[in-house]
Write a protein that binds this ligand. Structure first.
Ligand SMILES: Nc1ncnc2c1ncn2[C@@H]1O[C@H](COP(=O)(O)OP(=O)(O)OP(=O)(O)O)[C@@H](O)[C@H]1O
Ligand SMILES: [Mg+2]
Length: 310
């Protein structure tokens, strides 16, 4: 497409015996939020750092902003912004000094005040970096990635290890960037983050892209059914579902989840509960989410045990 700002084709990175990135192809359009979703060790950082010209591909091609990663490296670096995984800065500089420092380093003529406002750090501008919480530090990192007013911003796991509140604050900042028309390449292992923020999602596992599309496309393609969870209804719910031939997905802590083929079956199921006078405390009807999709595609949990800082 004419508006593609990143084109990756047959990209491979080999470390010794390991094919860390194993032949991936995708395009990203201008103004899109692209989420690269995968568990620890999937190959996210390796891929993103090849696109950022920081690592050299073993084979395959990358075109970014119509430029070649080998020949046009200096030009590319001027036009992209990068928040590396585990960003860290100088302990004894304030928020304001940190952003100014990086702006000078990039010889960027940036408006520090509006950058501070964009990442919602007005209240903290005089605070030392070392005294900021993890979420605030990440927001400083995002501001630093923006000093050169980049066209594409790469954010490598910007919310890993943050509490839910801090994560939402970072999401708000990322939405603000999207509203400004930036193209955003976001790597994450939180499916919820991808669902909330991304226009397109590529799921990567063991160096390969195993699914690609919008959240709805991915779910619709892989799941034709809808989960209905009834809380506090007891054995009668199971009997009715069985009588209707609906598969029982789980029965945990008084929650019974059954699989419905579509809306008509859900209505019939609820009518049957009513006519048999089965009372329940709550009901939840939803499509499976990306977490379940990942499980179905790989047989593995997206967030592996012990890998999450939460
Ligand atoms: N410089 C390197 N030398 C050797 N192996 C490497 C190197 N960098 C990465 N790897 C390996 O390549 C694989 C992919 O690593 P990568 O850092 O790209 O994963 P990731 O998806 O970013 O994971 P995480 O979510 O933990 O950041 C891993 O098995 C990793 O150990
Ligand atoms: Mg990584």
């Amino acid at each position: 497409m004419a508006d593609d700002v990143i084109k990756v084709k047959d990209l491979v990175k080999v470390y010794g015996e390991l094919r860390a990135v194993d032949g991936i192809t995708f395009d990203i359009e201008k103004g899109e939020v692209f989420a690269f979703l995968g568990p620890n060790g999937a190959g996210k950082t390796t891929t993103v750092e090849m696109i950022e010209t920081l690592r050299t591909p073993t084979s395959g091609t990358i075109e970014i902003l119509g430029l070649d990663i080998k020949k046009d490296r200096t030009e590319i670096l001027k036009r992209i912004g990068v928040l590396p995984q585990e960003f860290s800065s100088f302990d004894r500089l304030t928020v304001e000094e940190t952003i100014k420092y990086y702006a000078d380093l990039f010889s960027a003529d940036c408006d520090v005040d509006s950058l501070i406002a964009l990442v919602n750090l007005d209240e903290h501008r005089k605070q030392l970096y070392m005294n900021l919480s993890g979420g605030l530090k990440q927001r400083v990192g995002i501001a630093v990635s923006l000093v050169n007013d980049p066209e594409i911003v790469f954010l490598d796991e910007p919310t890993t290890g943050l509490d839910p509140r801090a994560r939402h604050d970072v999401w708000n900042v990322i939405s603000g960037l999207r509203d400004e028309g930036k193209t955003i390449f976001l790597t994450t292992h939180y499916m919820e983050e991808a669902e909330v923020l991304a226009d397109y999602i590529a799921i990567i596992s063991k160096g390969k892209i195993i699914a690609y599309g919008t959240t709805n496309e991915l779910i619709d393609k892989h799941f034709k059914t809808i989960n209905v969870t009834i809380k506090g209804g007891g054995e009668g719910v199971v009997q009715i579902a069985k009588g209707m031939g609906m598969p029982i997905k789980s029965t945990e802590n008084g929650n019974i989840t059954v699989e419905a083929s579509g809306n008509d079956q859900i209505v019939e199921f609820l009518n049957n509960l009513k006519s048999k006078n089965i009372r329940y405390t709550s009901m939840d009807i939803r499509k499976p989410n990306l977490e379940e999709l990942f499980l179905v595609l790989t047989g593995e949990e997206l967030i592996t045990q012990g890998s999450d800082a939460e």
